[in-house]
Design a protein around this ligand. Structure first.
Ligand SMILES: Cc1cc2nc3c(=O)[nH]c(=O)nc-3n(C[C@H](O)[C@H](O)[C@H](O)COP(=O)(O)OP(=O)(O)OC[C@H]3O[C@@H](n4cnc5c(N)ncnc54)[C@H](O)[C@@H]3O)c2cc1C
Length: 370
């Protein structure tokens, strides 16, 4: 029976819960909202399926070819170069079922099943929080068993879990993973939004983790309060300083060029130098890694006219294609403080306006000056 001794060993994909025919596993959130499997010992017959299905291990797939890709018509509503949307759109047009991460009206990020082009809209753009996958692996398996073809997009660990559960149906499943810096806990995102509602004195009506209108290199979140919008960076600051990552992200076995998926999407950071003139306007460019023959066949043709150029991966290699994210040295203290005192407290002590940050910035400036 699955028992998590070390939180770094579980990515929370919930494939083990959906693999259990006795329904003996429930995903239970910890203090940051990260789900972990909890086994009901009265139902469990110790068949071992939950342990054998766990795919949170390195894969030995060889690195494939790399391409810089850009869909000019999609840049305004995509995070990188629109590759994610183009793949999902092509899949739906070919009658496939698509799964991806969407933010609901309650601002909770969950994976959802989509079969129409219109339904793809909420799947676009990056949501920098762990997406809730409850029940999704089982739903994907049902689709596959019913003879449907499925395209699943998600983090590499989510793709690995879904791929393992698909088993003999894997051929009808196309896995597309994102290059991933790590996922923060859903409760932190929830409490950040509550904090902002209190600060602004109004109900939140919309939220974007990274607004494409600020440019591809921009990293501020956009929050809407009726007709008014606020650009803020309290959440993105904590995210990019690596205070609030899931522990397993810090030991991610997929942070390399050996991927558990057919295709990988990423930001093509460094494209301005690698391919001058290709994407110099700060509006976004995707990196596509083609990892399998199935991925290659699927990406061979698009309905639209993308700009595509093969690149040398060494020219656009980025940190999370080489190694897992390293947590901030105060990340454990951040977690304890958040669970005990809440979001406003951690923002005051670890945020960009905290004394800790101001003193650290001064030290850096003085060191540069010396
Ligand atoms: C948590 C997170 C960390 C990332 N870290 C990096 C990084 O270190 N380096 C890098 O190059 N790129 C990273 N990205 C990916 C990048 O920001 C873009 O999402 C990716 O390149 C796709 O952009 P696009 O324009 O092709 O797709 P879009 O058309 O914008 O589609 C977005 C796609 O991402 C998926 N997605 C969005 N949010 C989530 C989520 N929370 N969980 C699972 N899937 C999600 C959607 O299902 C959709 O398929 C990260 C994304 C996320 C969500």
């Amino acid at each position: 029976m699955i028992q998590i001794q070390d939180r770094k060993q579980c990515c929370g994909c919930s494939a083990c819960a959906d693999a259990c025919s006795r329904k003996a596993i429930r995903m239970v959130p910890d203090g940051m909202g990260f789900p972990y499997p909890a086994v009901d010992r009265d139902r469990c017959v110790e068949c071992g399926i939950c342990e054998s299905i766990c795919a949170f291990h390195p894969v030995t797939a060889p690195a494939g070819r790399a391409f810089a890709v850009r869909f000019p018509d999609y840049l305004d509503r995509s995070q990188s170069g629109g590759l994610g949307y183009a793949l999902m759109r092509k899949a739906v047009r070919e009658g496939m079922v698509v799964y991806g991460a969407a933010m609901g009206d309650d601002f909770v990020v969950r994976h959802r099943r989509v079969t129409t082009e219109g339904g793809l809209e909420p799947l676009r753009l990056s949501k920098y929080v762990q997406s809730d996958l409850t029940g999704i692996p089982g739903q994907v398996l049902e689709d596959l068993k019913a003879g449907k073809k499925v395209l699943f997009t998600g983090t590499p660990c989510q793709c690995a879990g879904i791929g393992a559960l698909a088993g003999s149906h894997r051929d009808a499943l196309l896995l597309v993973d994102i290059t991933c810096h790590g996922v923060p806990g859903p409760y932190v995102w929830r409490d950040y939004l509550k904090y902002m509602e209190k600060r602004e004195g109004e109900r939140l009506t919309g939220a974007l983790f990274r607004d494409p209108a600020q440019g591809w290199h921009g990293s501020r979140e956009k929050l809407c309060f009726g007709s008014r919008s606020v650009l803020n960076e309290d959440y993105s600051y904590l995210y990019f300083r690596c205070f609030m990552m899931r522990p397993s992200c810090l030991a991610c076995p997929f942070a390399s060029l050996s991927r558990p998926s057919d295709l990988t999407m990423a930001d093509c950071w460094g494209v301005e130098k690698a391919l001058p003139g290709f994407a110099d306007d700060n509006r976004g460019c995707s990196l596509m890694l083609v990892n399998t023959d199935a991925g290659s066949a699927f990406a061979a043709s698009f309905d639209e006219n993308p700009r595509i150029r093969e690149v040398d991966i060494d020219d656009v290699l980025q940190p999370n294609l080489q190694a897992p994210t390293v947590a901030h040295k105060y990340a454990p203290l951040f977690e304890r403080s958040y669970v005990k005192h809440g979001f406003a407290y951690v923002l005051r002590h670890f945020g960009k306006d905290s004394w800790n940050h101001r003193i650290a910035s001064c030290i850096v400036k003085v060191k540069k000056w010396l």
